[in-house]
Design a protein around this ligand. Sequence first.
Ligand code: HEC
Length: 114
Amino acid sequence: MTRKLSLLAAAVIGLAAVSANAADAAKTWKSKCASCHGVDGKGATDMGKKMKIGDYSTAAWQAAAKDDEMTKAILEGVKREKDGVKQEMDGFAAKGVDAALAGELVKHIRGLKK
Ligand code: HEC
C-alpha cells in the first residue's frame, strides 16, 4: 500500500470510530431505551405503562414530535407530569450518547412509525 492509501485508510477507520450510524442507533435503542419505550416504540412495557409513555409508532405521535425536541430530550432528559403521573427519563449525554448518536436515534424513532 502506498503511504497515501494507508493515510486514507486510517482516516476512514478513524471516521467510523467517531460517527454513529443506523446500526449503532438500533443497538442503543435495544440496550438503553427499549426497557421503557419497547423495541417497537409502543411504550407497552411495565415502565412505559407506569409512566404513561406514548406510542411512538402512531402517525399522530410522529406528527406532533419535533426532531430538535427529541434530540434535546435524549441528551438532556425529560422531567414532567402528565395526567398526575411523573414522566422521567435521564439525559443520555452523561451515559455515552453523543450528538451524532442522538441524531441517529431520532431517525430510528422516525422509522418506528407504522
Ligand atoms: C426510564 C425509562 C426510559 C428510558 C430508559 C428511556 N426513556 Fe425516553 N422517555 C421516557 C419517558 C417517561 C418519556 C416522556 C413520556 C413520553 O414521551 O411519552 C420519554 C420521552 C422520550 C422522547 C420524547 C421527547 C419529547 O419530545 O416528548 C424521546 C424522543 C425519547 N424518550 C427517546 C429515548 C431514547 C432514544 C432512549 C434511549 C437512549 C430513551 N428514550 C430511554 C422514559 C424513558
